[in-house]
Design a protein around this ligand. Structure first.
Ligand code: FAD
Length: 508
């Protein structure tokens, strides 16, 4: 195996792709036009689904150690609390919290992991041209230090080069959508405030929105929609500090050491994320409002769900038709996710800014949704991406469901009691290959679940982990044998119930 893969961009999406490929033993070249890692304030929230992916990349512990857990979020309208949501009621995940962590720390942890796996980044190296034929991609790379350029040939190129992607432009793929009129400002740094440090706080006011997110090391992210008027010459950080005191009902005083930024937001998606030998992941493929904090989370998922497929065909070459089928499916799945993310983040951004009757209606709906438990049952699992599920591809038939297991959906990370304590289902999944999980809930009540690993016969096909014992009945809600094939990204590819459904089980 000697595939040549170029990853353009060492942001979170490019690094996640690089780590995932290196874990499969696949060599990669990573280039980034920046001379050194940035420390700008960017994304600050990782959701449970991203943490599960990071666990599979071997970086979750490092991130959790460097981050700050958030157990909920509170919404205020013109100074009155209208709704709160908690992550503590999330089911079937180890991560019943969101992790607040500056993006540059997430990138540092990923870079360290890449280095430990033998990878590296060619910094100060910019992709300035790209053309492809049926067999290869020829790239033109500029060494920004020496001012020289060179042509390099690769088998595959992953464009993880952000919202202004050169890979996307050079491939002739349009970035379709709009840019919002509103400008946003943010500032990260220490604050003197009585706001609770275990939650994010949203303050929606008639003059604009303020979001306060506690960060590690007693720092805060203050995020605001820009005020209508900014006095000439006012420093950005002073504007943010001034607006924060106007919009927060709880006093917030900025202390020294803030880093501020200004940005416009978009609602855009690449027309295609795959063209022959070139792929787009992360912001190169989609750009949306930071409402709901989906950017980094979705980008990492794009990258890792591509990497296991690309890694697989590098390790075991397949026909062009078969690789086309794999990448069509990847592109289709990402399209489904991105459509939802664009819709949800757009709705949330619009709801921040409504006034008058519509504001009162929004507040009543939010209040009611909290009271009926809808926010915790539906909104939070969707926002944290753990209810992720795909429409089946043509010919895959209707989705199946048995107990808590669903085909084409994330494998719930249920804890199964075993003799030596417990095991989470995700701990059984290999990082590079699909695996078959066989669940048999028969056995003597009170006996712990037996877990047996069986290697594939002759080394072909997925290995099998067989779990048996009556505790599976309550843990998974199953009353008969069930077999699942689970992909390396934790999605159930196939689900085969052995017999007719038991009471309470559905096959829809
Ligand atoms: C101010 C701000 C606040 C944000 N807040 C949030 C938030 O709260 N939550 C959230 O989820 N998201 C947020 N985002 C979005 C989030 O930062 C992005 O979704 C995320 O950075 C995307 O990661 P990426 O790896 O796709 O691209 P990027 O992080 O943009 O990385 C792209 C990399 O490619 C390199 N590059 C670009 N062009 C080339 C080239 N031609 N050749 C070589 N290298 C190149 C760049 O130097 C960069 O390192 C925010 C963004 C900004 C700017």
């Amino acid at each position: 195996m000697n595939p040549r893969i170029l990853i353009v961009g060492a942001g979170p999406a490019g690094l996640a792709a690089a780590v995932s490929l290196r874990l499969q033993g696949v060599p990669v070249t990573v280039v980034d036009k920046a001379a050194a890692p940035h420390t700008h304030p960017k994304a600050v929230v990782l959701w449970p689904r991203a943490l599960e992916i990071f666990e599979r990349l071997g970086v979750a512990d490092g991130l959790v150690a460097a981050g700050h857990p958030l157990t909920g979020q509170h919404y205020h309208s013109n100074g009155t609390r209208v709704a709160s949501m908690t992550f503590r009621r999330l089911r079937h995940t180890k991560y019943k919290y969101a992790l607040a962590i500056p993006q540059h720390t997430t990138e540092r942890v990923l870079r360290d992991r890449l280095t430990a796996l033998g990878g590296s980044i060619r910094t100060h190296t910019e992709l300035i041209g790209l053309r492809q034929d049926a067999e290869t991609v020829t790239t033109t790379l500029a060494d920004l230090g020496s001012g020289t350029t060179s042509d390099e040939t690769y088998d595959w190129v992953i464009g993880a080069d952000g919202v202004h992607s050169s890979v996307r432009a050079a491939t002739g793929i349009d970035f379709v959508g709009q840019t919002y009129e509103q400008t946003f400002l943010l500032s990260d740094g220490p604050c003197d405030t009585g706001l609770a440090t275990d939650s994010a706080h949203y303050f929606m006011t008639d003059t604009g929105v303020l979001v306060m997110v506690p960060l590690p090391d007693r720092q805060w992210r203050a995020f605001i929609s820009a005020p209508r008027e900014i006095p000439e010459g006012e420093a950005l950080v002073d504007t943010v500090a001034r607006v924060v005191t106007q919009r927060s009902p709880v006093p917030v005083r900025f202390l020294d050491g803030h880093a501020a930024g200004r940005f416009r937001i978009h609602r855009k998606a690449a027309e295609r994320v795959w063209q022959d030998r070139v792929f787009l992941v992360g912001d190169a493929a989609h750009a949306h409002s930071p409402a709901g904090a989906q950017g980094i989370n979705t980008g990492v998922e794009d990258a890792t769900s591509l990497a296991w497929r690309l890694g697989g065909i590098c390790r075991t070459p397949v026909s062009t038709a078969e690789s086309g089928r794999l990448f069509t499916r990847w592109a289709d799945e990402r399209h489904q996710v991105v459509e939802n993310v664009l819709r949800d983040t757009d709705l949330q951004t619009r709801l921040w800014g409504v006034r008058g009757v519509r504001r009162r209606l929004r507040d009543v709906v939010l209040y009611g949704a909290e009271r009926t438990g809808l926010l915790d049952r539906v909104v939070i699992p969707r926002q944290t991406q753990i209810t992720q599920r795909y429409e089946p591809a043509p010919g895959q038939g209707r989705p199946k469901a048995v107990g808590v297991l669903r085909s084409h959906a994330r494998l719930p990370n249920v804890e199964i009691p075993t003799g030596g304590g417990g095991t989470h289902l995700h701990d059984l999944l290999p990082t590079t290959e699909p695996i078959t999980l066989e669940f048999d809930p028969t056995g003597t009540p009170g006996h712990p679940t037996k877990v047996r690993h069986l290697a594939a016969v002759g080394g072909t096909g997925p290995d099998t982990v067989s779990l048996s014992g009556p505790a599976l009945r309550s843990a998974l809600g199953i009353s008969r044998r069930v077999t699942c094939v689970v992909r390396p990204d934790g999605i159930v590819a196939a689900l085969a119930p052995d017999t007719a459904p038991g009471k309470g089980e559905s096959t829809s």
